[in-house]
Design a protein around this ligand. Structure first.
Ligand SMILES: Nc1ncnc2c1ncn2[C@@H]1O[C@H](COP(=O)(O)OP(=O)(O)OP(=O)(O)O)[C@@H](O)[C@H]1O
Length: 272
């Protein structure tokens, strides 16, 4: 499904991503970990063509998406939705309009400027919000929601694009542990239930171990680990983070609560 072949991105003579290659066969949940500056965001930005690569190919079902131009490039950007650490919602706009903005690059500019959405689009946005457990927030301004709710709105906006791949750049880095768990559970559901590939840059090892099928470790622009969560030992993590023997895993932990009341309530909602 995805083949990353010898991809490099150089900024001012220095490689931010340095000749990386890997393949993913199905709609897996892939976590990318590594210290700040390892090249994780640059890779995601090349995947969705926000940043050009200096060299290499990224093939999705046989098509090199790095070579797409103009309309084809924009169509590709619609197929791989991006989720950001800071949610990137329009704060003063209501939730459902924020979700509808996932359709931006599919409709005429004038219709968007006049806020003209079809009934079918609005119903779909509400359906997605309902699926993510935040339908009752639909009419509130985005800025009135908690961080975790805002990130779920951002996920809803991404789903509105009906993407094949979801790229999440540190999606829980601004959230408290409970909301971090809710957002990660939501991404996992979308991965499992819809069969959409998720590639998430993560800053905590325990999150990568708990949610990912596969973990890629980057250091100085290169892949230094590629394996299952079970293979991600403390020693492997030490290599990825370039740390010495004093490396303490707790420093990369969100300390997710395993059985808090909020988790139980969310789990009940998922099973309803
Ligand atoms: N637009 C740019 N211009 C110049 N250098 C850049 C640019 N974007 C990224 N870099 C550099 O590329 C390297 C990798 O950055 P990148 O943001 O990809 O790392 P990261 O692993 O995502 O780190 P973080 O977790 O802090 O976001 C860094 O040295 C960064 O300074």
């Amino acid at each position: 499904m995805l083949a990353v072949q010898n991809v490099t991105r150089v900024f001012s003579g220095r490689p931010a991503v340095d000749d990386i290659s890997f393949t993913v066969d199905g709609p897996a949940f892939v976590g990318i970990i590594g210290r700040s500056g390892a090249g994780k965001s640059t890779f995601l930005r090349m995947m969705n063509r926000l940043t050009d690569a200096t060299a290499g190919r990224i093939c999705v079902e046989g098509r090199d998406i790095l070579s797409l131009r103009g309309r084809e490039r924009r169509a590709w950007q619609g197929q791989c939705a991006m989720i950001f650490q800071q949610f990137n919602l329009v704060p003063r706009m209501d939730v459902v309009s924020n979700v509808l903005h996932g359709l931006l690059n599919r409709r005429p500019v004038l219709a968007t400027l006049c806020n003209l959405w079809s009934r079918a689009d609005i119903l779909r946005a509400l359906e997605i919000l309902n699926r993510l457990g935040i339908a009752e927030q639909a009419q509130k301004r985005a800025e009135a929601l908690s961080g975790g709710q805002q990130q779920r709105v951002a996920i809803a906006r991404a789903l509105m694009q009906d993407p094949r791949i979801i790229l999440a750049d540190e999606p829980i880095a601004s959230l408290d542990p409970m909301n971090a768990q809710i957002v990660m559970d939501t991404l996992r559901r979308i991965n499992v239930e819809d069969g959409r590939m998720v590639i998430a840059n993560l800053h905590t090892l325990d999150t990568a171990r708990r949610y990912c099928d596969r973990v890629i470790g980057m250091r100085d622009g290169r892949i230094v680990f590629d394996g299952s969560p079970a293979q991600l030992s403390t020693g492997a993590a030490r290599d990825i983070y370039g740390a010495d023997h004093s490396f303490n895993e707790a420093a990369t932990s969100t300390a997710l609560p395993a059985d808090s009341a909020a988790d139980a309530a969310y789990a009940a909602q998922l099973m309803a």
